[in-house]
Design a protein around this ligand. Structure first.
Ligand code: ADP
Ligand code: MG
Length: 360
């Protein structure tokens, strides 16, 4: 789940996600041959394929994440064993919390472990991203897979999406918790709007390059430079660019706020981030705005914003530990009243990324 730095990843910018304590689990054993047979306890169906002939199957959505990572691991030179077992998860699906990355990374861990292959964590994240891009056809950034594999308990992961340099930044945990609110609204618009936003960011870079010849992405533009040189941009493209350049700044400031243990400042940056996503990037939705407004109205809530690509999915709020129950009650009621939907709430703190669970 991303704390701040939204729609910055494909602009070569900064993100600050945490891994949450929801997961996808593979309980598997090695097979002597090259077959993969998995049963999903959630989908109640079976996936079967042969590692010597892996092609996407349009009728088998979840199996394609497993196929995709198998292909990437193989392409990277690893010889994989067949495996069999069951899969189960509790990452909310299609809610902006990236259950797909959890699937890919968990499948990658299962294959690499059973096949006795060492894959260092950043490489696993890159292979999982490639799996989603090439096998599922979603041009995702690398943030989700990265934090899904690399998250640390008690820390947010500050990631530079250009260099892939990263740092685990401790999140002060004694007083405040992150509360996730699921709007339960589908993200139907998300696909086409996402591609449109990406194109608008590229258009902004193209235009700004006239005045700033060295730039490769909006990452290279400061808010001041955008003010100076963005005047004759198309007004919509200007606002899109303004979101990205200010969001990059906010993410750097949020890291400073964590380091200084200044959670009120962190919450204020979350609020600014949401307002920018709503007004300049226009990826919020009435449901997400209702959740955010209800959260901000609760006494003691330090900040609230949408998390994920937008148009539905979840919000995240920074809430004093002692007021969490009250917060959930109040926001649940307000959201039901505003939108007629029963929201879902998860209280979370930074959890470890993917790992092995040894049984017996
Ligand atoms: P998001 O990543 O935002 O949750 P996506 O559409 O990218 O949404 O990925 C969701 C897909 O991931 C599901 O449709 C399913 O194919 C797969 N998936 C996620 N969790 C599970 C699970 N527990 N069991 C089987 N498949 C899952
Ligand atoms: Mg996904």
């Amino acid at each position: 789940m991303n704390l701040i730095g939204e729609h910055t990843d494909y602009n070569d910018g900064f993100v600050l996600p945490i891994a949450i304590d929801h997961d996808v689990r593979f309980a598997v054993r090695k097979r002597p041959d090259r077959l993969v047979r998995l049963y999903s306890l959630d989908m109640e169906n079976e996936v079967q394929f042969d590692l010597d002939n892996v092609v996407p199957d349009p009728d088998d959505p979840w199996g394609n994440y497993v196929r995709g990572i198998a292909v990437q691991l193989t392409k990277s030179g690893r010889l994989l064993h067949g495996m069999e077992g069951v899969v189960q998860g509790n990452v909310p699906i299609a809610s902006g919390l990236s259950s797909s990355a959890a699937m890919e990374v968990a499948a990658g861990m299962a294959f690499s472990t059973l096949s006795m292959q060492v894959v260092d964590p950043p490489e696993m994240a890159r292979l999982a991203q490639a799996a989603e891009q090439e096998f599922i056809g979603v041009q995702c950034g690398i943030m989700d897979q990265f934090v899904s594999r690399m998250g640390h308990v008690g820390s947010a992961l500050f990631l530079d999406c250009r260099s892939l340099e990263y740092e685990h930044v401790p999140v002060p945990s004694d007083e405040h918790l992150f509360v996730v609110a699921n709007s339960k609204q589908s993200r139907e618009l998300a696909g086409s709007a996402y591609n449109e936003r990406r194109a608008q960011c590229e258009a902004a870079v193209e235009h700004l390059r006239g005045a700033l010849p060295g730039i490769k992405a909006l990452r290279d533009v400061s808010p001041e430079e955008l003010r100076q040189h963005g005047g004759d941009l198309d007004p919509v493209v200007f606002r899109r660019a303004r979101h990205v350049v200010t969001e990059n700044e906010r993410t750097l400031q949020a890291v400073e706020a964590l380091r200084a243990n200044d959670m009120p400042r962190f919450g204020a940056l979350m609020n600014q981030s949401h307002d920018s996503l709503r007004d300049d990037y226009e990826v919020s939705s009435p449901g997400l705005d209702a959740l955010v407004n209800a959260a901000r109205a609760v006494d003691g809530c330090l900040g609230s914003r949408l998390t994920g690509a937008g148009f539905g999915g979840c919000t995240v709020s920074l809430v004093p530990q002692l007021r969490v129950d009250n917060f959930i009650r109040q926001v649940r009621d307000a959201y039901r009243e505003a939108c007629g939907i029963e929201g879902e709430f998860y209280v979370t703190r930074p959890a470890p990324g993917a790992g092995l669970v040894h049984t017996a």
